[in-house]
Design a protein around this ligand. Structure first.
Ligand SMILES: Nc1ncnc2c1ncn2[C@@H]1O[C@H](COP(=O)(O)OP(=O)(O)O)[C@@H](O)[C@H]1O
Ligand SMILES: [Mg+2]
Length: 507
């Protein structure tokens, strides 16, 4: 069946925007048709947000033109863009936490009765919209009490209430769990099926392949590919984004396991039940699971950051079950936490100082003191090895992008050469090009004879790196696979709770 031709609803022509020292958008053309989900992709700094800010009237282009539904427009501000049928969900939500869902949705576009806000009508309106679009959320809930996935729904409801026909979402899944992301895509698909248009800014390949119709790729401010999703592949998009061939499904050769380094028996915490596992020198053990099944709590317990209520943990034969986090580090444990902002780094301290952190008692240090020259050389080496993009080693860590902060954290922890590395979500928010480097470094670390416990929500990452894979479900290890057994289907089933009994661990 051929569909009738549809006119473009959004046309950007020759959009150019220069910031001091950066050409953020370089003669960008983007055409989006009604009823499509159009992914705008590119690595960090490619110019995606700038382009969308221009479209939405938040920034002014230096050159170029915008047409909406065939008419040329110049938006001085977002309200003009809204009036033309555009709506944008920003990376950080702009809701009032103390107001209810209904109050937020109708804010500044309220139904009124005798000049007063008609609360009953507002509630009704939210229910109608929610039902129509599969965006279930309680109209009377306080927005501040809602999880992010639901807050995002409120943002979308707000745009729909104002009659947005084209929705722009900037990195909407960055803050969502995989299940919440799936729910979001179901909503976007139904909106598109009703003839609304979605522009989805993202750098995640999987969701683009599953959830979009077209793809435009930006690199260094320029359009480098226009693709039809059904006719492209993850490899093709990744190559366009990075400018070189990237093998995303690379499976690293298995390691050669030696002696046991980490031994965990019957470990129990508030969220972990009776977990047993062993990680050997020269081995990467991967823990797969849907977020929220006890993986983070397990890692925290191993790192000494969460009380253990039962069970035992030994590191190189020494019982560390009730030993402090600091002491564990001293005994040979390095740790890359999931939350690099809150736990992993000191934002106000310099990049060099962050890289030196925790090295005060190790090889770098003479007598517990770090000479500035040593800090500098150490930083220089890691910046080079991990490709950390920092103007100078003296800038504060807060000046780094998320991906570069992650490289800093991993570089710092690997530099300890600790016998055991605990690493959680090592490539979350990291550019595709940098993911390969991080993976290579983790494998090299293993091959140097270290033990690695890897927790990741990315199945391809687990499959590519791990020599053995454990699946956690509801706080327990419910399945164990060798590298060969760990195919996507088996893991997916176990992650959804489908593994009946754990298979024998291969030691
Ligand atoms: N307000 C600004 N001032 C200076 N430079 C900016 C500003 N906004 C973005 N940039 C720069 O423009 C480039 C593109 O940024 P951005 O559009 O945010 O990329 P993306 O959203 O693809 O990650 C980057 O090099 C960024 O540092
Ligand atoms: Mg952006």
């Amino acid at each position: 069946m051929t569909r009738p031709p549809v006119d473009p609803t959004v046309e950007l022509r020759g959009i150019t925007k220069r910031f001091p020292g950066t050409l953020a958008n370089d003669a960008v053309d983007l055409t989006v048709h009604r009823g499509e989900i159009h992914a705008l992709m590119g690595e960090n700094g490619a110019g995606k947000s700038t382009l969308m800010s221009i479209l939405y009237g938040m920034e002014r282009a230096d050159a170029g033109s915008i047409r909406i539904d065939g008419r040329e427009v110049t938006f001085g501000d977002p309200s003009a863009a809204m009036a033309a049928g555009l709506g944008m969900v920003h990376q950080s939500f702009k809701l009032f936490d103390s107001l209810t869902v209904a109050e937020n949705v109708v804010y500044a576009a309220e139904p009124r009765r005798f000049g007063l806000l008609d609360r009953a009508a507002a509630r009704r309106r939210v229910r109608e919209l929610a039902e129509e679009h599969g965006l279930a959320v309680d109209p009377d809930a306080r927005v501040g009490d809602l999880p992010v996935g639901l807050r995002q729904r409120v943002e979308i409801l707000k745009l729909l209430h104002r009659g947005a026909r084209t929705l722009i979402l900037d990195e909407p899944t960055a803050v969502l769990t995989p299940a919440e992301a799936d729910a979001l895509f179901a909503v976007l698909k139904s909106l598109a099926a009703q003839g609304r248009t979605v522009i989805l800014v993202t750098h995640k390949l999987r969701e683009v392949l599953e959830g979009s119709d077209k793809v435009t790729v930006l690199r260094d401010g320029r359009v480098v590919a226009r693709l039809v999703t059904a006719d492209t592949s993850a490899d093709e998009i990744a190559a366009a984004m990075t400018g070189r061939a990237v093998d995303l499904d690379r499976v690293h050769a298995p390691g050669t396991p030696g002696d046991a380094v980490l031994e965990v028996t019957s470990l129990t915490t508030d969220a972990v039940h009776d977990v047993g596992l062993t990680v050997h020198a020269g081995e990467i053990v991967g823990i797969a699971g849907v977020a929220g099944n006890g993986q983070s709590e397990l890692v925290e317990a191993l790192a000494g950051l969460r009380p253990v209520t039962a069970g035992q943990v030994t590191l190189k034969g020494r019982d560390i079950t009730h030993v402090s986090a600091t002491e564990r580090r001293a005994q040979g444990l390095a740790y890359v936490p999931e939350d690099r902002h809150a736990v992993g780094t000191a934002p106000a301290a310099s990049v060099a100082d962050n890289l030196a952190m925790g090295h005060h008692r190790t090889s770098l240090s003479a007598k517990g003191l770090l000479p500035p020259a040593t800090v500098r050389t150490h930083a220089g080496r890691l910046i080079e090895r991990f490709g950390i993009k920092a103007a100078t080693p003296e800038v504060p860590a807060s000046a780094l992008s998320g991906g570069n902060l992650q490289k800093l954290l991993i570089g710092r922890e690997l530099a300890h050469e600790a016998p055991l590395l605990l690493v959680e979500q090592p490539t979350r928010g990291v550019d595709i090009g940098a993911i390969q480097n991080i993976h290579d470094q983790i494998v090299a670390y293993r091959d140097a004879g270290h033990a690695v416990l890897l927790v990741s929500a990315e199945l391809s990452e687990i499959r590519g790196l791990a020599d053995r894979v454990l699946v956690m479900y509801e706080g327990r290890v419910t399945a164990t696979y060798t590298k060969d057994e760990a195919d996507e289907q088996a893991l997916g089933l176990a992650m959804a709770g489908g593994a009946v009994a754990p298979t024998e661990a291969v030691d």
